[in-house]
Ligand binder design. Structure first.
Ligand SMILES: [Zn+2]
Length: 110
């Protein structure tokens, strides 16, 4: 059941993209032939479909950007910003933390 949920989450909002994407089955077969061992099937799925998933996500990102929709959820984005007000606030936190981390590293390396 979890598998179905993951699949739904992955393809969520991407169905429109998928139709026109024309994913070649040859590439998928080639990826499957690697026969690596994975700790779980989700990771295996991700690795064998990595290229396609990334492509789809990038496409969706740009579609949302063009349509003025928040790239993290489906709310209306703010003017000239790719996030809604909630995710803009979240992003501000992430950036602060990242800057702190970078500063720490610089201090350590000097
Ligand atoms: Zn949002």
């Amino acid at each position: 059941m979890v598998w179905k949920k993951l699949k739904a989450a992955v393809s969520k909002g991407v169905s429109k993209v998928r139709r026109g994407a024309g994913v070649s089955k040859k590439k998928l077969k080639g990826a499957k032939g690697k026969c690596l061992e994975y700790p779980n099937r989700f990771l295996k799925f991700y690795h064998s479909n990595q290229k396609r998933l990334l492509k789809e996500r990038k496409k969706l990102y740009h579609q949302k950007l063009d349509a003025g929709i928040c790239v993290r959820c489906n709310n209306q984005a703010l003017d000239k910003i790719k996030f809604c007000s909630y995710h803009q606030e979240r992003q501000r936190e992430y950036n602060l933390k990242a800057r702190m981390r970078r500063k720490k590293k610089e201090v350590q390396s000097v």
